[in-house]
Design a protein around this ligand. Structure first.
Ligand SMILES: Cc1cc2nc3c(=O)[nH]c(=O)nc-3n(C[C@H](O)[C@H](O)[C@H](O)COP(=O)(O)O)c2cc1C
Length: 186
């Protein structure tokens, strides 16, 4: 797909199903993430691929984490949480890994990891796949971070769900750049 067409048409797909990206598509998507803008070339990120049965393990980790905060959860609430990680054939966990640098504060490193996440979305869309960036309380839960093996200087920037789009693509809302862009000084 033409790059501008892909950028202008990108949208999130909450309904995703198998098949996930094939090996070549996944390689392209991963390479796109690594092209994110990155002050001082710190590569302040890493990514975990969660697919197949590992998605169930992640679901169980979510339940264990949620139980720490809300031990009174019902069986139905636990099942709902378990089901979240099965919403797509592949989840890429985007992790910001802060490096010590005199001129690059943590916020810039988070932004760089966010740009990598956006590149994942754009690449998936350009390849005709669906994707959606999600966080929610699980992205910030210490138990989830521990369970995924994050270190002290790391944080989860998002869970990017990827797969084939289920159903019809949504109609995009037209945005007017004039609502957001202005000349300065006015
Ligand atoms: C950092 C971040 C976290 C997000 N977390 C969630 C989430 O947990 N659940 C959700 O429904 N949408 C979440 N979104 C929004 C969707 O990814 C998506 O951008 C939104 O539904 C708008 O759809 P669009 O991308 O097609 O414009 C998040 C977006 C960002 C940037």
């Amino acid at each position: 797909m033409n790059a501008i067409k892909a950028l202008l048409g990108r949208n999130s797909a909450p309904g995703l199903e198998a098949p996930g990206p094939d090996a070549e598509q996944l390689d392209t998507i991963c390479r796109a993430a690594l092209r994110a803008a990155d002050h001082a070339r710190l590569r302040p990120w890493r990514f975990l691929l969660v697919r197949g049965e590992s998605r169930r393990k992640l679901g169980e980790l979510f339940v264990a984490a949620a139980l720490e905060s809300a031990p009174e959860m019902t069986a139905a609430e636990k099942d709902r949480l378990r089901g979240k990680t099965l919403r797509a054939p592949l989840i890429i966990v985007v992790i910001a890994s802060h490096r010590e640098h005199p001129r690059v504060p943590g916020i810039e490193q988070d932004l760089s990891a966010g740009a990598a996440a956006q590149n994942l979305l754009n690449a998936a869309h350009a390849l005709g796949l669906g994707a959606m960036w999600r966080t929610g309380s699980m992205a910030y839960h210490p138990r989830v971070k521990r369970g995924l093996g994050l270190g002290e200087a790391e944080k989860i920037i998002g869970f990017v769900y990827l797969g084939a789009v289920r159903g019809n693509p949504k109609t995009l809302r037209e945005e007017d750049p004039a609502d957001y862009f202005a000349e300065w000084p006015a």
